[in-house]
Every structure is written in structure tokens, then in C-alpha cells.
Design a protein around this ligand. Structure first.
Ligand code: NAP
Length: 103
């Protein structure tokens, strides 16, 4: 399955690592896919995991997983473009600092 994980934080990379280990084709959608941090994380995981810009990452994905701060959900979805071809999984939680609501 082709999976686009949106967000290069700990949740995004954990999911990318696990799903790629299971044989899925994973691309991490990032606002800065060419940054040293994101490139080195992709290299560290291996398994064919790559990083791409937001719209490119989602373009041919069967599944798109949102792993961004809850407050960034709307901006991320707008940047991803047309998502009508894929299943969307929202992994975000609206919590900061304990159980305080972020929004
Ligand atoms: N469902 C669950 O079981 C579960 C468990 C833990 C956490 N969560 C949720 O999963 C989400 C991700 O958690 P995380 O710990 O990986 O978060 P994080 O470390 O803050 O990373 C989020 C990533 O989102 C991207 N991003 C896009 N817009 C952003 C913005 N305006 N500000 C900051 N980052 C932005 C960044 O990647 P780029 O810079 O590469 O774009 C960033 O690395 C959160 O909503 C969290 O609450 C869910």
C-alpha cells in the first residue's frame, strides 16, 4: 500500500518506520522535505522511505495520515490539495501540556 504520513515529528516517523518495515511504500510529507533533519531521518529508516513536499506526498497515496499538531490540521489539508482519491486517517490529538485542550 502507498502511504503518505504528513508531519515529520515523532509520531510521523514512528509510523513511517513501522509501516515501511511491514513492506508498505511510505513517503513522509513535510513542509521542508530537503532539510538536513528530514533527509537524515529518512536515510536512518531506510526501507525506501522518502520525504516529499505536502502536495507531492499525497498525490498518489492510497492512505494519507495526518500527524501534525492539531492546530496545523487545516493549513496542512489545504496544502495537500485534492485528497478525494485516498483514505484519510487523522492521528492528531487536540491536547497540550497534560490534558489541556490546544484549540
Ligand atoms: N493518535 C495517537 O495515538 C497520538 C499519539 C501521540 C500524538 N498524537 C498526535 O499526533 C500529532 C503529531 O504528534 P508529534 O508528537 O509527532 O508532533 P510534533 O513532534 O510536534 O510534529 C508534528 C510535525 O507536524 C509538522 N507540522 C506541520 N505544521 C506544523 C506547525 N504549524 N507547527 C509545527 N509542526 C508542524 C512538522 O513537520 P514538518 O516540519 O516536516 O512539516 C512537525 O514535525 C499531534 O497532533 C499529536 O497530538 C496522536
Amino acid at each position: 500500500m502507498r502511504i503518505a504520513v504528513i508531519g515529520s515529528g515523532s509520531v510521523g516517523w514512528g509510523l513511517a518506520r513501522s509501516w515501511s518495515t511491514l513492506g508498505h511504500s511510505v513517503v513522509v510529507g513535510s513542509r521542508s522535505p530537503d532539510s538536513e533533519r528530514v533527509v537524515s531521518l529518512a536515510n536512518e529508516i531506510g526501507n525506501g522511505v522518502s520525504a516529499s513536499g505536502l502536495a507531492d506526498s499525497a498525490q498518489s497515496a492510497d492512505v494519507i495520515v495526518l500527524a501534525v499538531p492539531c492546530s496545523a490540521t487545516e493549513d496542512s489539508i489545504v496544502a495537500l490539495g485534492d485528497l478525494s482519491h485516498g483514505v484519510i486517517i487523522d492521528a492528531t490529538n487536540p491536547f497540550v501540556g497534560g490534558l489541556n485542550l490546544e484549540l
